[in-house]
Design a protein around this ligand. Structure first.
Ligand code: SAM
Length: 303
């Protein structure tokens, strides 16, 4: 019997920490123009997509992240008609957005067409309800270029990006967030993939600090996604309407009812509101982001 191939997640190598999968069949492995892509079957997590050594999506737990990145901003906003996804190649987020019949148009800007092509082959549960939907349009471009140039305006922007490495790095920059703010309608909201605080706390604080320089409200909410290893996953939140994230549970529940109570497996109105109640160590990252930064000590050598 052929030896099992163990595929490591190398995202946290600098922390001497690796999660590793014993791959069943490797369905696809390629270096695209932008990144290394491997798609394989796993006996417990089902299909697993990894980009540049980081887990992107698995069949087993995708619903948690996809529902929380979608229903929280859309139902908190309450009147989202125009929605933008930056990244999101596997179309898992787009599938959730289109459950909101009141959304008139969903635009997805993805840098790497190969990710969408592979998802069309291997994640039809996401792509089938999306790619031929008249409310959906796919643009192949760097998200930074698009938000810097578009004349369109959006009520909700969902940044479903890879981590701050390779093509995804620019999507964590202040310039990108500033351009996203320009594309938001008044009172619009932007949510971002912001890493796992216990392992990427500095990244979270840095992100929220940038939000707070640009928006009236910069914060995050959390959910636990088993294959985004490390406990809570933080989803960044930025809006000029500081009341949005405090929308009461009864209001969220009635908006969900009006939206047709589409099926969910993780998100509920109660989970929505609770996701903003941050554990103390994560709240401290948010507070740290609010504190003025101490000027870096000048290195003696230069004196
Ligand atoms: N949920 C995953 C996560 O949290 O790590 C992300 C999933 S999704 C597959 C990430 C997508 O972002 C990929 O398809 C990648 O090609 C895309 N992406 C990375 N950098 C980008 C950029 N600068 N502009 C647009 N899309 C980008």
């Amino acid at each position: 019997m052929a030896a099992k191939r163990w595929i490591p997640e190398t995202l946290f190598d600098e922390l001497d920490f690796r999660m590793t999968y014993a791959a069943g069949r490797v369905l696809h492995e390629v270096r695209t123009k932008h990144q290394h892509l491997v798609l394989f079957e796993h006996k417990f997590f089902g299909k697993v997509l990894m980009l540049d050594g980081a887990t992107q999506v698995t069949s087993k737990d995708e619903f948690i992240y996809h529902e929380m990145m979608t229903h929280v901003p859309i139902l908190a906003h309450g009147q989202a008609r125009q929605v933008l996804i930056v990244g999101g190649g596997d179309c898992g987020i787009a599938e959730e957005v289109l459950k909101h019949k009141a959304v008139e148009r969903l635009t997805q800007v993805e840098i790497d067409p190969s990710v969408v092509e592979f998802a069309e082959q291997h994640f039809p549960e996401f792509t089938r309800p999306v790619l031929r939907n008249p409310r959906f349009d796919l643009i192949i471009d760097d998200g930074m270029n698009y938000v810097a140039r578009t004349e369109r305006r959006f009520d909700v922007i969902i940044v479903d990006s890879t981590d701050p490495q390779g093509p995804g790095k620019v999507l964590f920059s202040e310039g990108f967030y500033r351009a996203c703010r320009r594309c938001l309608t008044a009172g619009g909201v932007m949510v971002t993939q912001n890493g796992v605080p216990i392992l990427q706390g500095n990244e979270l604080a840095a992100g929220i600090r940038k939000f707070r320089r640009l928006f009236a409200d910069g914060y995050c909410y959390v959910a636990a996604i088993p294959t985004y290893v490390g406990g809570h996953m933080a989803m960044g939140w930025a809006s000029d309407n500081a009341k949005l994230r405090a929308t009461p549970v009864a209001t969220i529940a009635s908006r969900y009812a009006r939206a047709g109570r589409f099926p969910t497996r993780y998100w509920t109105p109660q989970v929505h509101v609770a996701a903003f109640a941050l554990p103390r160590f994560i709240a401290e990252h948010v507070q740290r982001a609010a504190r003025p930064q101490r000027p870096r000590a000048r290195s003696r050598r230069r004196n």
